[in-house]
Structures are given as C-alpha cells and as structure tokens.
Design a protein around this ligand. Structure first.
Ligand SMILES: O=P(O)(O)OC[C@@]1(O)O[C@H](CO)[C@@H](O)[C@@H]1O
Length: 499
C-alpha cells in the first residue's frame, strides 16, 4: 500500500454549480435541530430533546452520578450499620450484614461505572417493568452513559434490592431516620402554619360574594406558594446545610412570599385559580415528592382545598420504595399524621403550639377515615420510565388519573419525569414538554409545582430569562431559588383510548 507519496498532489477541487438550488437563508440560526423527535423515534434512551447523561462532564448529572450518589449511598451504609449495632438476634444480624455487603457491592458498581444489569427477581411486582426497560433500551449501557434520570432511578431500585432479597429486612428504609430528623428540625415553619390553620378558617364577616372570592383567592395564592416552596427542603441536597439555612428555606412569612413570587419564572397561578375555583367539590390528586416538611405543606394546602369546598376528595400518590432519599412512602405518611397528633418531637414549644399541631393531626386523620383523603402507591412511580410512557406502561394508572379534575405533580424529580428530563429550550411550552400527558384524550389538567433543582427548564414565557441567568447566576438551575407553577389543561372528559 502506498502512503505518503511525496509526489502525490491533492485531487483537483471539483466545483458543482448550485445555482438552481434554493438559496441559503440569510439567518442560519433560523434552522433549528429536528427536535422534538417524531413520536415513533422517542424511547427511554432517546427522549424528545437530547438527554442529560452522567458522562457530560461539568453537568449536574455528572456531579450527581460521580459524587452525590456515592455520598448518599455511603450515608445509607452508615445508617444500616447503626441499626446493626442495635440488634441482638443473631439471625437478624447475619441477615442485615448480607444487606450491607450488597450495598458495598453496589457502591463498587456505581464508582466503577459498571454496566446496568437486570434487577434480581426479589418477588416485587415491578420486576417486569424494570427488566423490560433495561433489556429493550439499556443493554450494555452503564451508569454514566444511560440517561441521567434512568441511571439515578436504577440506583435507588438497586439499593432497594440490597434489602428486598433478605429475610428480615425487606422493608428497611435507610433514609427514614433522616426524614424524621429533618421534620423535627423544622419547628419554626411547622408552628407558623399549624397555629394559623388549626381552627377551620373563616373569611371574615360581612363580605359580599366578590370580596369573599378575593379573600379566597388571596389565601389560595399564598398557600400555593407555601406548597411550592416546601419543595426546596430536599434531603438529597441538604447534606451540608446548617439549621439556619433550612430555616431560611422554610420561611413562610408574607414578605418572603411576595419576594419569592418574582422567582417563579413560569407562572400559571392565575389560570390555576380559575380552574380551582370552578372545581366545586371535585377530585384533586397530588403526586407527592418529599416527606416531612414538604408533605406537611402539601397537607395544609390539601386541607384548604377540602375546607374551601373546591375539592371533596384528594388522592395522594406516594412511593412504594425508599426513593431519591426523601420521597414519601406509606410509612412516612403514617409517621407524619401520627406525629402531628401524638408526637413529642419539638422541645421548647408552648402548649398552644403543641395543641395546634394536634388539632391538625386529628382533622387530617379524620379526613383519611372519612375517605376524603386517600393514600395510594402505584409501582409505576418507582420505575425508570418518564411520564411520557405512563399511558403505555401503566394504562390502569392513566385511566385512574383521567378521573381527576386536577393533578398536582410536586417537585423536581416529578418535573424531570414529566418533561423526559432532556434539553428542551426554556421557551418550550409546558404542553409540548409533557407530550402525551397533555394531548391524549382523557388527560387530566396537570399542574407542576417545582422549585428548580436540575437542568431541565421549560415553560418560560421569555426564553431570554434563562440565557440571562446562565450568564449572571451560574448554578441557578440547581439552587432551588427559582421555581415554576405550570398548568396543562389536558383533554378532560374525553374517553381514554388504548391501542
Ligand atoms: O424531587 P425533588 O426532591 O424536588 O428533587 C430531587 C433532586 O434533589 O434529586 C435530583 C438529583 O439527584 C434532582 O432532580 C433534584 O435536585
């Protein structure tokens, strides 16, 4: 083979005349990439815009996969060792050591960036959901090359597997202690709300219908903000936070709320109010996010929706497994209601403060007994699928949600899954970003209440805001300082179809 022949000359350039083709546009930036993909090309490894993946160095995905998840897992191992040291029964001790060994193995897989293997059949009902998705879309993929949201969810499912194959520790929650402790450290904000809402609220005497509506609307807007900003207390991000930092995040005072409204970058609160005031005793759903203080804020909001008569029944959707550190499980739900009614969590509180929390706890447990508040935990919420796939992968759940008059999705992770966690431009409409959940017949109205704690940002009326913040406030997408309240009308009332 001849290489590097000094006498060789580059071939003469062949110039083709393009005079009969359409002219080049003068503004080349007007040529946009072909996103979102056409529906037939969207799948968990190919979201509608480019996916965030762990191997994108300098991204939050990279920092999470490389640093935050190993730290979280390390803390989970320490928690389990603490529990081990409290045991006396040999069989249980040996069984728990097996769990710790499996967690250490998971730590190795994560830090060595191993290939994502199928989940071991531990008898859980979600095995087909997980292993079908791994086999179809992630064969040979590793923690860093799979889309971030999938890889992260997979890690939490693998963490559950460390316990679910054991004899005595199937339901052990490595995050339970942390969740309880953070709520116990939230005294100021907890009593700020309990003392205001213990007694059933009244709108003041002598108001005419318009004034009543105004008063109700003002209360609705403040409570929506409380429910929204309750999401900024997220344990997975609080690893290094001081008590003061937490208090600042949880501040619920009026001035603080006025100041924070301007940090809601996409704000459909007016449309949300129009919808809520027309509900007239309808059904509202909350797809929950974090336990403890955020759940407490959700319950205050849900209490308002019941007392105002807007809703007559509220369904709360929690997680079946310990998930993303602080997500609500049934145990967290029970713990919070019972702690409000019976707990002695807070030192140095007045009798009336304690009483106010008890009253709330009693009323809320009453709602549960009367069937006004219903707690549910569908396996789909702890799968690796984005919510674009809810209709196909959990048709029963889609049908169930289609009966709701309004579904709130709380928090950052739910928002990532609604929007397929991909790099959609910030000006993309919320409806476009959530795809099938906005456009399928029977899709319920959906409201995302989320403080921004990761890369995906959509629904900003002015896309330039994101560019400005990128320039002026690096890190604005993970700080939790900004938020969105976005509403999709859906197609309620239309018959749900399955192919
Ligand atoms: O859903 P949440 O509690 O609002 O937030 C979850 C979160 O902390 O975890 C992910 C990173 O691990 C990010 O999506 C987000 O910042």
């Amino acid at each position: 083979m001849r290489r590097n022949n000094g006498a060789a000359r580059p071939p003469k350039k062949t110039v083709i005349s393009l005079g009969n083709l359409p002219p080049k546009p003068t503004d080349l930036a007007s040529i946009k990439p072909p996103y979102p993909y056409t529906p037939s090309r969207i799948d968990p490894n190919n979201p509608p815009w480019p996916a965030y993946r762990g191997y994108h160095e300098y991204s939050f995905a990279y920092a999470t996969m490389g640093v935050r998840l190993p730290t979280i897992l390390g803390k989970a191992i320490s928690d389990t060792i603490k529990t081990l040291n409290e045991q006396s029964d040999e069989e249980r001790i040996v069984d728990l050591i097996g769990c710790i060994n499996r967690m250490e193995r998971l730590m190795k897989d994560l830090t060595n960036n191993d290939v994502l293997r199928p989940i071991i059949d531990d008898g859980e009902g979600d095995i087909p959901l997980w292993n079908k998705e791994i086999t179809q879309f992630f064969r040979g993929k590793d923690f860093m090359s799979a889309p971030w949201v999938f890889a992260e969810a997979y890690k939490y499912r693998r963490l559950h597997e460390c316990f679910s194959v054991s004899k005595y520790w199937r339901d052990y929650d490595v995050f339970f202690r942390q969740k309880c402790e953070t709520f116990s450290r939230s005294a100021d904000a907890v009593f700020e709300l309990s003392t205001r809402f213990a007694l059933p609220f009244s709108l003041g005497k002598g108001l005419d219908a318009t004034q009543k509506e105004q008063a109700l609307k003002a209360m609705f807007k403040e409570l929506t903000q409380i429910c929204l900003w309750g999401n900024s207390t997220d344990l997975s991000l609080l690893i290094n936070m001081s008590e003061e930092d937490i208090k600042r995040l949880q501040s619920t005072g009026g001035e603080q709320l006025a100041a924070t409204e301007k940090n809601i970058l996409g704000n459909d609160m007016e449309q949300l109010w129009d919808l809520v005031k027309s509900l007239n005793g309808g059904r509202v759903d909350f797809v929950l996010d974090n336990a403890g203080f955020e759940l407490y804020c959700d319950l205050v909001y849900a209490d308002y929706l019941i007392q105002s008569g807007h809703a007559s029944v509220i369904h709360f959707h929690g997680k079946r497994l310990p998930w993303f550190v602080s997500d609500v499980t049934r145990k967290d739900w029970d713990w919070l209601l019972n702690s409000c009614l019976y707990g002695k969590l807070f030192a140095e509180v007045s009798e009336s403060e304690t009483a106010s929390l008890r009253i709330l706890g009693e009323r809320w447990k009453g709602y549960v007994k009367e069937g006004k508040w219903i707690y549910e935990q569908h396996p789909f919420w702890c799968s690796g699928y984005a919510f674009w796939d809810l209709h196909t992968e959990a048709p029963d759940l889609f049908l169930h949600l289609s009966d709701s008059n309004l579904v709130f999705f709380k928090g950052d992770l739910n928002h990532r899954k609604l929007t397929y966690d991909c790099a959609a431009p910030a000006s993309t409409s919320f409806e476009t970003a959530i795809g099938p959940l906005a456009r399928l017949p029977g899709a319920p109205p959906i409201c995302s209440l989320r403080t921004i704690k990761s890369d995906v940002v959509v629904g900003l009326p002015d896309g330039a805001v994101a560019d400005r913040l990128d320039e002026q406030e690096p890190g604005w997408k993970i700080s939790g300082k900004y938020a969105i309240v976005l509403l999709s009308d859906g197609r309620p009332g239309e018959p749900v179809e399955f192919n």
